[in-house]
Write a protein that binds this ligand. Structure first.
Ligand code: 2AM
Ligand code: CA
Length: 286
């Protein structure tokens, strides 16, 4: 029988959140120790879609640790899925109704990792019947571990974090990501970029969706949007933003769920204004 949602302890007494934190920290430290030291670089779908043996090793480490504590739980990790959006959507479909599902990106920002640009993260989420209940994003370069538990807030270094107060787009700092698909996703994103840029203070593209979401949660960004992401890029970060008081929807303004691929996350205050700009520019997505 499924445990009620508020029971966060396994038979061994380890809380879900503690396992997520320990696992993200261990994987992050290992990744950091391998910066500049990968030996195998492979392209998935294009030269902008990369994987190294460190991505695979990190996922193996994470999966082993989680499965040791919770062998009956389901697991969805980027490196266990064939490349491309169709395979990703199918992999999610296969497991999304599981009671407990861990959703993991072992390195979010692999291109940055490969180039030694210190903006990448480990993203670990736990969903209960399709709803994210724990989200952890760890940035090993700055040793910043962002944690959220459903209904209990979002934290960085033990202190609660909150979204930023900017009331309007004109005072906002946004981030986006440039999609690799040049046929549909990239032109959509470029229409959005052209429309949003003159309306905000500026736009950043750091290259890690999970970390961008953590930054929205921490009030360092007013908002973030990106087209054609996968469940593992978004699951942990979406809970961080919500628990920090922000709003997460798809780019059309519909509520976030695990299958969302086109995401808009903001401090809440500027959400509708932002969605209206995307809609006006025909930049909502696929
Ligand atoms: P990744 O590093 O785990 O691949 C940067 O814009 C964001 O896009 C990152 O979070 C990156 O995650 C993600 N990303 C990179 N290639 C992608 C692809 N082929 N499909 C979907 N998301 C991708
Ligand atoms: Ca990844």
């Amino acid at each position: 029988m499924a445990e009620p949602i508020n029971v966060h302890y396994s038979a061994s007494g380890k809380s879900f959140t503690a396992v997520a934190i320990n696992t993200a920290a261990k994987a992050g430290e290992w990744i950091k120790s391998k910066l500049g030291a990968y030996t195998s670089l492979n392209q998935k779908t294009s030269p902008g879609d990369l994987v190294t043996e460190i991505d695979k090793g990190s996922e193996k480490l994470i999966k082993n640790l989680i499965m040791t504590h919770f062998p009956e739980h389901s697991f969805l990790g980027e490196e266990g899925v064939e490349p491309g959006p169709l395979a990703s959507a199918q992999a999610l479909e296969n497991v999304k109704d599981a009671d407990y599902l861990w959703i993991v990106d072992p390195i979010d920002g692999t291109t940055n990792f490969v180039h030694g640009f210190p903006f990448f993260s480990v993203s670990i989420a736990l969903a209960f019947k399709g709803e994210v209940i724990v989200g952890v994003v760890y940035d090993p370069s700055r040793d910043e571990l962002f944690v959220a538990e459903k209904g209990k807030g979002a934290y960085l270094r033990g202190k609660p974090i909150h979204v930023s107060p900017e009331p309007v787009l004109a005072e906002s700092l946004f981030a986006t990501g440039f999609p690799i698909d040049p046929v549909t996703a990239l032109p959509t994103n470029m229409r959005g970029l052209t429309a949003v840029l003159p309306k905000v203070r500026n736009i950043r593209n750091g290259g890690s969706a999970a970390l961008h979401l953590a930054y929205v949660a921490a009030g360092r960004l007013s908002g973030f949007w990106e087209i054609n992401l996968n469940a593992w890029d978004l699951a942990a970060g979406s809970l961080l933003v919500q628990e920090a008081g922000g709003k997460v929807t798809d780019t059309a303004g519909q509520p976030y769920h695990l299958g969302v691929r086109n995401v808009a996350a903001t401090n809440g205050h500027v959400h509708q204004e932002f969605i209206d700009v995307l809609k006006e520019a025909d930049a909502v997505g696929l």
